[in-house]
Design a protein around this ligand. Structure first.
Ligand code: FAD
Ligand code: MLT
Ligand code: ZN
Length: 486
């Protein structure tokens, strides 16, 4: 489209069916219905700025019965809905499309912790509770809710369950799914599935609750969850290590696992390029290991036993690894502040990358044993595809999930680089396929990856998913255009 054919102004958004807004306002009150275009902007764009959608309104129910009544009204009127939590999706999962027809249903007003039980070791939290608040509520009760990720100050319980988020502690505690015991869900017709059971054993037919975890809002709206708690960490040890190679990073993981698998809380890999971006773009970031290296690992050990000698374990394993020339240098945190500063170097990777210019993300997983090969082969293939581009592999090596991200060449425009986005992801995915991996590890499919579903999960698997979708959501109103290809 050139300037002469461009329309004078953006066409008005299609209106909602007559009377619907009034009926919604009667259910939600004026606080629960937002229609002002300026107020809506923050909700229609995703964290990465990949999608600029449009919506006729944002709905903010404050209770399960309000969600139910809202969904019933929207379903009767045939209006598509996009559930949204903290809007930190990396794959455009919570952003409406450009049609202007999709209503955003934000759960952030549902932010009550309903119950914490330190005998059953469970917490029941509403969908809009911020992950960090859930962690703090557990800590205040003397327990631990172990899910931890860079966006925990904004991501919500509904969001982390709907994406089956992973993060830093999957190696020890599993993904969000493993931390969920029960769910409350508003189904696409407005019915409430009340499954907030706190049972460790419950073999009663199909495990419905698990269908909603990782469904990215395509089967219904999670309104609350009963979550599994753990004893808090009473001894910890955190170190940043410069390692000789990708293989040395994996060898170090193995050394810790062989000595005491139960001690590993997180094992993260970072490349020299990523660390360089953090040094350059994040204020106050200092790397406690001298010089610049090509590969780093963050090792985090934790135990609920106060007398566990984790510093001793850390020092002893690192000494062995140094003798084997796998670890070149290491800094062991001597205080909580030093541990937090080391973690900051890892957690600021997404932000540093964002500030360093355009980047294309490939959130992929392979068997843990193949992570070094993934990093090496994908980096080489990406450099060949776009000379001058900078591979920034980092992430959760201990569970096989590497963010095989690529930063733009310094002399290429962001637009030109981003236009190659699909080539870049295909290049990584070719290696991933060869290594028996997955093209979507922890961020989900969202809008970004729906067109990959056919080739990765085609045949009987995709057909079964389509049948599940149409059984729950025959009108196709729940988060259309996400997860499944149309
Ligand atoms: P949103 O982004 O609002 O929504 C995500 C998806 O869930 C959408 O499809 C949405 O429609 C759906 N949804 C949201 N709430 C509900 C609900 N109540 N019911 C039904 N569907 C719902 N992810 C990881 O897994 N590991 C990481 O280490 C990690 N690190 C990150 C670091 C940064 C800096 C950022 C910005 C993101 C990171 N993410 C990570 C991605 C993101 O934080 C997670 O996907 C998170 O689970 C999304 O939570 P949210 O509340 O923001 O959900
Ligand atoms: C992280 O682990 O920091 C995010 O999931 C990765 C990313 O930003 O690509
Ligand atoms: Zn991650």
């Amino acid at each position: 489209m050139d300037a002469t054919t461009m329309p004078d102004a953006t066409p008005p958004l299609p209106a909602l069916p007559p009377g619907l807004l009034t009926a919604l306002t009667a259910v939600l009150g004026p606080k629960g219905v937002v229609t002002d275009a300026a107020d809506l902007a923050a909700w229609t764009t995703d964290w990465r700025g990949l999608y600029q959608g449009a919506t006729p309104c944002l709905l903010r129910p404050a209770s399960t019965s309000e969600v139910s009544a809202t969904v019933r009204l929207l379903a009767q009127a045939g209006v598509p809905m996009v559930p949204q939590g903290g809007n930190t999706s990396m794959v455009g999962g919570a952003a409406p499309d450009e049609s202007g027809r999709q209503v955003i249903l934000s759960l952030t007003r549902m932010n009550r912790i309903r119950d914490v039980d330190t005998l059953d070791m469970t917490m029941t939290a509403e969908a809009g509770v911020i992950l960090k608040s859930a962690q703090e509520a557990a800590a205040a009760a003397g327990a631990l809710f172990p899910l931890s990720l860079g966006a925990e100050g904004s991501a919500t319980i509904g969001g982390v369950l709907s994406t089956n988020a992973g993060g830093n502690t999957t190696v020890r505690y599993g993904n969000a799914r493993e931390l969920m015991l029960g769910l409350e869900v508003v189904l696409p017709d407005g019915q409430v599935f009340s499954g907030l059971r706190r049972l460790r054993k419950d073999n009663t037919g199909y495990a419905l609750k698990h269908l909603f975890v990782g469904a990215e809002g395509s089967l219904g709206l999670i309104t609350a969850a009963t979550l599994r708690l753990y004893p808090p960490a009473r001894a910890t040890a955190v170190a940043l290590c410069a390692v000789a190679s990708e293989d040395a990073a994996l060898a170090l993981f193995r050394r810790f696992r062989d000595r005491d698998e139960t001690a590993i809380r997180a094992f993260e890999y970072m490349s020299g390029i990523g660390m360089g971006m953090v040094r350059r773009h994040i204020e106050g970031a200092t790397v406690p290991v001298e010089g610049e290296h090509d590969h780093y690992c963050l090792v985090d050990l934790a135990s609920s036993r106060a007398d566990a000698d984790l510093h001793g374990l850390m020092e002893s394993v690192l000494e062995d690894a140094m003798a084997a020339e796998e670890v070149l240098d290491a800094a062991l945190a001597r205080s909580d502040a030093q541990a937090a500063a080391i973690w900051r170097l890892r957690e600021e990777h997404p932000e540093a990358q964002k500030r360093a210019g355009a980047s294309v993300k490939s959130d992929v997983s392979v068997p843990v044993s193949r992570t070094p090969e993934l990093i090496r082969r994908a980096s080489a293939a990406l450099r060949k595809l776009i000379p001058g581009s900078r591979p920034v592999p980092f992430g959760h090596m201990g569970d096989g999930n590497i963010h095989m991200n690529l930063a733009q060449p310094e002399d290429m425009s962001a637009a030109e680089f981003l236009a190659r986005g699909h080539d870049i992801m295909d290049t990584v995915n070719e290696v991933v396929r060869d290594l028996d991996g997955s093209f979507s590890a922890e961020h989900g499919i969202g809008r970004l990856k729906t067109d990959m579903m056919e080739s990765w999960r085609g045949g009987a698997e995709l057909e079964a998913m389509r049948r599940i979708k149409s059984a729950f959501d025959p009108q196709g109103l729940m988060n259309p255009g996400k997860v499944l290809p149309s």
